[in-house]
Design a protein around this ligand. Sequence first.
Ligand SMILES: [Zn+2]
Length: 160
Amino acid sequence: MLFKSQGVVIYGLKPELLFALGQVDAIFRFRFAHEAVLTNGVAPRAYASLHGAGMAVDVRTREHFEWIQWRHLPEMHDAARQVQAWLDTRGFDVVLEPDWLTPSDLLRRFSAEKLERLLGKDYAPTLNEEQLDTLRRELTPHLHVEFDPKKGEEPWPYVD
Ligand SMILES: [Zn+2]
């Protein structure tokens, strides 16, 4: 696991997230022959989100790295799906952003002013694919992993 910068802090992350990062790193090393890059650990200022509580992490996926550019998107999607398959039943939610965001998720990421600037004054509430892509390209691509166990999900199941 590599860190984006010294500003990325893991002290204060819940142990479940450290477990998840190990899994993500293993998948990235196997699939891309490259360590995963942590871009967001504990973020005290994001107090309202799971990031503020040390219950979520972000890992860089594409761009800023020549080895995962847009042309590698199918491989990135496969890797993200594998992370999801490994972690989903363990109580984690895994989202490849912005790719897996629904249109309404996407719209919620922007202020009304920003939407107007990006899409023009009279965009219809139902966005077409081109408009959705415009919004997606405004967001930093990353894999968001949060620990939010549902009933019956256990991060480390017992074998006995
Ligand atoms: Zn996140």
